[in-house]
Design a protein around this ligand. Structure first.
Ligand code: SF4
Length: 558
């Protein structure tokens, strides 16, 4: 761990401040230490991790109105707390809910689930917290977290106590810091695994999450570490990815990628051509994160992701700076991992290396509930399992199921609305939080996605068997692309559009042909393809039927 004072003095030694010159990009390593925007100022004024103490000692007693606005709008995020949208609450527009519900004094709470790994006890505790403090809400996110809504600041000390008593945390679940570490949900149990990345995720989480030397990064920093050959942590679009690969001389380890990300300037991660053994994964992760802290652009928020620096520097210089300034040694060259094809979602009943099975089930666009999570934990424990996993497709897995118990568990989970063999439409639709709770949203997404799934199952029932490759549909409530607009076959970006009568109504700009793996590339915004929310079923049906009618043999939708 690098203490903040040491980290700061190192970057200042490297290059003195350039007084009187251009403000540059606000890179600390080049001497630009003076905050150049309000976000940077807020982080400099007080380390955001300090806000936990104020929540416990002041705000939890004084209530919402006692919260300092700088904490509320900024530093709360470092502990997983976002204020919840008020105006978008269903019913707010139609007047069907009580006026007192319209205030914005509630929070969304993100519980980080590093590697997507939970015990059934942890899952049950999250579910019970939801039942008691979050009006039974729960969403599985496409970054393997669990999000709860309707949280009151008064309840946070108790919620943290309950979470931390079972080893779960909200530390740096949001904010300009290292977010949850994505990991293969089948780490350690999959027969085709190249390497089990669990020890690397554990070491990084224990050493660096909550480390104050890394709690003021230019912006969020996303990590994916997986030894699965299926690339089941979307490594193409993370700031740093360690991707399992077999080195011809040194054996299994990881290929190092940096600079991926979506939002308004999407970029695919770049291979640095370096091979990292698992014993060095934490050290290399720390080096790349520190490089982002020191050299990342801080002047403009929309350029403050690592992808812009990597784009400007290129792979060669990025690797050289990591080696020369952070590791003090050369990295080993390594081979490129083989690009996977097909599903990465681990759904269905699958054998484990130990003779047991894992069962992967689909949520409806990530929407579950606290009660559902409690029931999943109970169902898993009834068949002798103590381990569950979340996935980047908003799915749930139950591990360690004995063969004779598989059928019963599959039926129990189906009874909870969680299906192991979903239709292609149920399987491949994802949605972000949307206008129900997200303050940035322009349109409704979750319920829209659930309605769309049911609609497509009716409309396209006759061609289900013809859809061999996944046709993914991702609904996003705004341009921020939290549900990966640009990497879906049909990416939907929420915005207001005109209906046939010229009225402004909720709808989507369509992006077509995005994909990961073999088809890695971003969907193209199709000019003129804007669809109202109510016409979505019609639109997707037309697209899919045209594709099926016109495709050449084995032609994929992308
Ligand atoms: Fe909110 Fe936009 Fe992200 Fe959806 S894509 S969760 S609406 S910020």
């Amino acid at each position: 761990m690098v203490p903040p004072t040491e980290a700061q003095s190192r970057t200042e030694r490297r290059a003195p401040a350039r007084k009187g010159k251009t403000r540059g990009e606000g890179q600390w390593a080049l001497g630009y230490r003076e905050p150049l925007n309000a976000n940077e100022r807020s982080k400099k004024d007080d380390n955001p991790l300090n806000v936990r103490h104020r929540i416990e000692t002041i705000y939890a007693h004084g209530g919402f109105d006692s919260i300092d606005p700088a904490d509320l709008r900024g530093r709360f995020r470092w502990w997983g707390l976002y204020t919840q949208r008020a105006a978008g609450i269903p019913g707010a527009r139609t007047g069907t809910i009580e006026p007192e519900e319209l205030d914005a004094s509630y929070f969304m709470l993100r519980v980080r689930v590093d590697g997507g790994a939970m015990t059934t006890e942890q899952l049950r505790v999250v579910g019970e917290i939801s039942q008691t403090y979050a009006r039974d809400t729960a969403d599985i996110t496409d970054r393997q977290n669990v999000q709860l809504h309707w949280i009151r600041v008064e309840d946070m000390p108790t919620i943290w106590e309950k979470l931390e008593s079972v080893g779960l945390y909200t530390t740096e679940a949001c904010g300009d810091c290292p977010r949850v570490l994505l990991g293969s949900p089948v780490a350690g149990v999959a027969a085709d695994e190249i390497i089990d990345a669990t020890p690397a995720i554990k070491e990084i989480t224990e050493r660096y999450i909550g480390d104050r030397s890394l709690s003021n990064l230019p912006r969020k920093f996303k990590t994916a570490i997986s030894g699965s050959p299926r690339w089941d942590t979307v490594p193409e679009i993370n700031d740093i990815s360690l991707v399992g690969v077999e080195h011809p001389e040194h054996g299994p380890g990881f290929d190092l990628w940096v600079g991926g990300g979506l939002s308004t300037n999407p970029k695919l991660a770049v291979r640095l051509g370096a091979w990292v053994p698992i014993e060095e994964a934490a050290e290399v992760w720390h080096a790349v994160t520190s490089l982002f802290r020191d050299y990342g652009y801080r002047r403009l928020r929309h350029r403050a992701r690592l992808k812009f620096l990597v784009d400007d520097w290129g792979a060669e210089k990025t690797r050289q700076v990591i080696e020369d300034e952070y590791l003090g040694r050369k990295l080993l060259d390594g081979p490129k991992p083989e690009t996977p094809s097909g599903h990465r979602d681990h759904l269905g009943v699958n054998p484990q290396v130990d003779g047991n099975f894992y069962v992967g089930v689909k949520s409806q666009a990530g929407r579950v509930s606290g009660s559902t999570l409690v029931e999943v934990a109970k169902a898993a424990e009834r068949v002798g399992s103590a381990r569950v996993r979340t996935t980047v497709e908003q799915n749930l897995l139950v591990l360690d199921v004995p063969q004779q118990q598989v059928e019963g568990l599959v039926a129990d989970l189906a009874g909870l609305g969680l299906h192991s063999t979903p239709t292609p439409w149920r399987r491949n639709v994802m949605a972000c939080t949307g206008i129900e709770f997200c303050k940035l949203a322009i349109v409704e997404t979750k319920q829209r996605a659930i309605d769309l799934i049911n609609d497509l199952e009716r409309r396209l029932d006759d061609v289900q068997g013809d859809v061999k490759d996944p046709v993914t549909i991702n609904l996003n409530g705004c341009p921020n692309a939290c549900a990966r607009t640009q990497t879906a076959d049909i990416g939907l970006k929420g915005q207001m559009v005109r209906d046939d009568e010229g009225n402004q109504v909720e709808g989507f700009q369509v992006h077509l042909g995005g994909g990961l793996g073999l088809d890695a590339g971003f969907g193209r915004k199709i000019r003129g393809h804007k669809v109202t929310s109510t016409d979505l079923g019609d639109y997707v049906e037309r697209l899919v039927r045209n594709y099926l009618a016109q495709r050449e043999q084995d032609e994929r939708f992308a």
